[in-house]
Design a protein around this ligand. Structure first.
Ligand code: HAM
Length: 434
């Protein structure tokens, strides 16, 4: 007996999902679907077309583009060798993968392209409220357009979606300028931070000689203190970069889209230039960014040398939005429960259930034919509005005996008998299933 128990335990599967990952079902699943549907609907108004890329990519797609010194590449990627010995990575973000898809499907000739996409991303981060290792994003990329008004449109679309979802948030924006501006700034940051080298956090120390700009993004309290007196990026912006940013800010003002300038907003991915932006919510605690993005004019060239095409985009965190989205109720549609009285009535009941579905009415067959009361309870749990009961008499007479589960027991229409299925069909006016 003891041995048997031991054997069983050895066989037992760990039924918990992996840390930072979760099963989505019920209300949360419905909220996710609602957010995704709303986002695609709005994106369509701005001319965006859907694209889906694989969840696994060659590691190189993300390594150089997202940046060796970024948290994502240096510590968060799920990277492993496949059976053929190739290094592959579960996508930590969507932008590099979409640009890879544009290159591999010869879509460059179709620029400008407006692409929208959604799906799971994977980052090995420390899980906490609003931070998961399998996270879900909806994102948009506008490829091949270098006009600053393209950035404005992008941000307007983000505002539009958040407004439709009834999410209150604040827009922070910044400019990282062009390559030369950033190089000058990085040099000046190196000079400044070198003085404090011993006081910097271990992560920032590592970044000091590789990419000091990323130190400005550090959340470490002692780093933050040192950053307070660091040189400011705006002092290093070239005339062209300043003009570009001014046009973005003027465009936002023209469309009455409020924003806050935030010189620390360098973002966690290395591919950005010029505009960076983030929408934050006060309802989320420390993981407060619900949507982030920016311009990435050099990203195509990082993936394939010699290809220069500008791009701008953003992604929003569906998990985080679902935590703060209030008052969503799934649209109820008419559902019917079919109760066979006894096993003999089961086949007939299944046939009728199928006919209801063919008429675009949702129907479930309740298999608890030993106990009608139990079957009705199951129907109620499943949000059925009606149950139809099939005993021998109904099968013989072809009549349809219906109980309306939403009416009180003494209501005259609580129980109705229809001559046949067609009469019942004309009685129920239901919205067709989506
Ligand atoms: P990101 O800022 O890394 O940007 O992610 C975008 C959004 O995804 C964040 O604002 C946040 O809402 C959500 N998010 C990120 N990490 C997590 C996590 N661990 N758990 C839950 N939610 C998370 C990008 O990914 C860029 N590819 C955006 C972009 C598109 N830039 C240009 N085009």
């Amino acid at each position: 007996m003891e041995f048997y128990k031991y054997f069983m335990d050895k066989q037992a599967v760990n039924c918990r999902p992996l840390r930072g990952m979760r099963d989505l079902f019920g209300h949360t699943h419905q909220v996710f679907q609602y957010i995704i549907k709303t986002a695609y609907e709005v994106a369509q108004l701005y001319g965006y077309q859907p694209i889906e890329t694989p969840i696994l990519e060659s590691t190189s797609v993300f390594q150089r583009s997202v940046g060796e010194t970024s948290d994502i590449v240096s510590k968060e990627m799920y990277t492993f060798e496949d059976k053929g010995g190739d290094s592959i990575t579960l996508r930590p973000e969507g932008t590099a993968a979409i640009l890879r898809a544009v290159l591999s499907n010869s879509l460059l000739q179709n620029l400008p392209l407006r692409l929208a996409s959604h799906g799971p991303m994977f980052r090995y981060e420390r899980p906490q409220k609003g931070r998961y290792r399998q996270l879900y994003q909806f994102g948009v990329e506008f490829l091949g357009e270098n006009n600053p008004l393209a950035d404005v449109e992008m941000i307007a679309m983000a505002y539009h979606i958040l407004k439709k979802l009834n999410i209150a948030s604040t827009l922070n924006i910044n400019s990282l300028g062009d390559t030369q501006s950033r190089e000058n700034y990085n040099q000046s940051l190196l000079d400044y931070f070198s003085v404090y080298e011993n006081d910097l956090s271990p992560d920032s120390k590592k970044r000091l000689y590789k990419n000091p700009l990323r130190i400005m993004d550090s959340k470490d309290p002692s780093d933050r203190k040192i950053c307070e007196n660091a040189p400011q990026l705006k002092q290093f912006l070239s005339k062209e970069s300043q003009d570009f940013f001014e046009k973005v800010c003027n465009g936002l003002t023209m469309l009455n889209l409020p924003f806050q300038l935030n010189q620390y907003l360098v973002r966690g991915l290395d591919y950005y230039c010029h505009t960076t932006f983030e929408f934050t919510s006060t309802q989320l605690g420390s993981q407060d960014a619900v949507l982030g993005g920016g311009r990435y004019d050099g990203l195509f060239n990082q993936l394939q040398k010699g290809i220069y095409a500008p791009g701008v985009g953003w992604a929003m965190g569906i998990d985080r939005l679902s935590l703060i989205l209030k008052g969503y109720e799934a649209q109820k549609f008419l559902k019917i429960g079919i109760i066979p009285v006894g096993e003999k009535c089961l086949n007939y009941s299944l046939q009728i259930t199928q006919q209801l579905r063919e008429k675009e009415l949702a129907a479930i067959l309740l298999y608890q034919y030993q106990n009608i009361g139990k079957a009705i309870k199951t129907a109620m749990k499943n949000d059925c509005v009606y149950v139809i009961i099939f005993g021998n008499d109904e099968i013989k007479s072809q009549k349809i005996r219906v109980k309306n589960l939403t009416l009180p027991a003494d209501h005259p229409l609580k129980e109705q008998v229809f001559k046949n299925l067609d009469e019942f069909f004309s009685h129920v006016q239901s919205p067709p299933l989506k």
